[in-house]
Write a protein that binds this ligand. Sequence first.
Ligand code: NAD
Length: 340
Amino acid sequence: MNILVTGGAGYIGCRLVPALLQAGHSVCVVDMLQFGDDGLAACRDKIDLIPGDVRTIAPQMLDGFDAIVHLAGLSNDPTAEFNPEANKAMNLDGTLRMATLAKERGVRRFVFASSCSIYYTQTPDDDLRDEEYPVNPQAPYSWSKRQAEIGLMELTDHNFCPLALRKGTVFGHSPRMRYDLVVNTFTRDAFAKRRLSIHAGGRMWRPMLHIDDAVEAYQAALTAPEEAVRGQIFNVLSDNFTVLKLAHEVRRTLEGHKGIRLDVDIQQVGISRSYRVNGDKFREVIKFAPSHPINAAVDEMWDILECGVDIDNPIYYNIRWLELLCDMERRLRAMGGSPL
Ligand SMILES: NC(=O)c1ccc[n+]([C@@H]2O[C@H](COP(=O)([O-])OP(=O)(O)OC[C@H]3O[C@@H](n4cnc5c(N)ncnc54)[C@H](O)[C@@H]3O)[C@@H](O)[C@H]2O)c1
């Protein structure tokens, strides 16, 4: 297939793009390169990489593709809350613009990166939320994902096959690394402080997804029969964990495999957004069988940290990086556009 990946230079894209190449697809990446393109260095000569913004990309850019994987956008709550207007323009309007153009230009399949954070609740409960569970998210990020899903599904017809993957929180190493995702943060804290800190007693539920399983989910979504996925929303997760259980998984892995002693500091106060999600539909319809455990991801991230990573570099934390870029932009403007 000839595949366009928007946001392909991001955390998930930098693992997905090489896997698509490996599977024999041709890949073009469109990305505004908020985090640069270093994460694609290993496959840079095998792809078309087009610096560009989904809000403004020329329509003819979409000609000739069989499918689009749409990952581009602000990718967590803090960045969406930092600038809700930009979040709406990127995550909702940009998504619907790309999908409408795709349909007009004859791209048949459109796989949208949605999120299980659509199911957030303030108080932890044990309900398993499936795709039929009524949702009405209010936070900018999850609101934009939900509204984009609604608009996207309205475009469905026999020539256009959109689908949305509501992914759980992803974990594991990527060449464009994020340490602002819970398991990755725990692994970093274990490395740097030998201590994991947990708020709200760690009672909050999180659906989790290994990055290799996320990659396999996208590959399956691209190749599944149209009639099985057309106009469908799927929850995609390996399993649900409480944050406390996640911390203990990380601790057990590092104690058992690396001989590291860790403290787990449990505070009872703090925010406790929680959601527990049912992933049966994707497993049944797509025969998706997530197989990558947390301990494998923790081992891999630990080994990479041991090779020397500047974990304080803001580029690994989306909100810190965005704040920094916006501050630089303001300073550059004040200087008349150039520091020299
Ligand atoms: N990482 C997770 O745990 C997770 C979970 C659920 C859903 N998602 C969704 O999956 C997608 C990818 O997540 P990620 O972790 O790789 O994020 P990321 O922040 O690492 O990457 C996002 C990429 O999109 C690009 N981008 C942002 N706005 C753009 C625009 N307007 N035009 C073109 N490119 C743009 C950025 O430059 C970046 O390379 C996002 O849509 C995110 O909301 C991620």
